[in-house]
Design a protein around this ligand. Structure first.
Ligand code: ATP
Ligand code: MG
Length: 191
């Protein structure tokens, strides 16, 4: 029997010594599935601890009534969708930009004064990626947020400035996706 045990590899940013307690800026990005649902997993976990949680959805249509909106309503969590559908299908990108900027105005107030523990900005990378909302403004608001507030941002193409500022960045990679095998979106899994 071998007595050798390999310790877990420390991550590249591992530090020794006492660790601090602070709210995190979390970014779920990449082309694979799981960015929004991972954020919702945190929402569920934090809600279970009686933490105050909310999700603002930047691209999803105001009329969206997916599983997550239904669940949120049942458990009394505010999930607000304020987009006009997926942008690559949008007829009027100026309108999409205006909607995103309007929701960002609300988000800033919620972040600064909302008394939340976890705020999710779902698909918020797109308004930054398309240049509708300056990344510097976002980083500034995040920098000045309440100390213990966790903010989770999801979406592909996370801008560099945001990745640099964030505490936790995960990139989802596609290995297989049922869409490529002609399988349609399944309720409860996709929406
Ligand atoms: P989820 O909401 O399931 O966590 P996501 O937030 O990572 O997914 P988005 O980039 O927001 O995914 O994409 C929205 C939709 O596109 C999802 O229904 C997802 O399954 C689908 N999707 C994600 N990645 C791919 C892919 N590589 N090919 C085809 N469809 C995809
Ligand atoms: Mg998503």
């Amino acid at each position: 029997m071998s007595t050798q045990q390999s310790a877990p590899e420390p991550g590249p940013q591992s530090v020794k010594g006492p660790r601090i307690n602070k709210g995190l800026v979390i970014v779920n990005t990449g082309n694979g599935k799981g960015k929004t649902t991972a954020a919702m997993g945190v929402l569920f976990r934090a809600w279970g601890r009686d933490m105050k949680v909310t999700m603002l959805q930047f691209i999803k249509h105001t009329t969206a009534n997916f599983g997550e909106q239904r669940a949120a309503q049942k458990i009394g969590v505010t999930v607000r969708a304020m987009g006009d559908g997926f942008t690559w299908r949008s007829q009027d990108l100026e309108q999409s930009a205006d909607l995103a900027r309007a929701l960002w105005e609300d988000a800033k107030e919620i972040i600064a004064t909302g008394g939340y523990d976890v705020v999710i900005l779902d698909e918020f990378t797109y308004p930054m990626h398309y240049g509708w909302i300056p990344v510097e403004d976002v980083v500034e608001v995040l920098r000045n947020r309440p100390d213990m507030l966790h903010v989770i941002i999801t979406g592909r193409h996370a801008p560099e400035g945001l990745v640099e500022f964030a505490d936790l960045v995960t990139e989802m990679n596609v290995v297989k996706h049922p869409y490529h095998s002609g399988i349609k979106a399944q309720p409860g899994i996709e929406f």
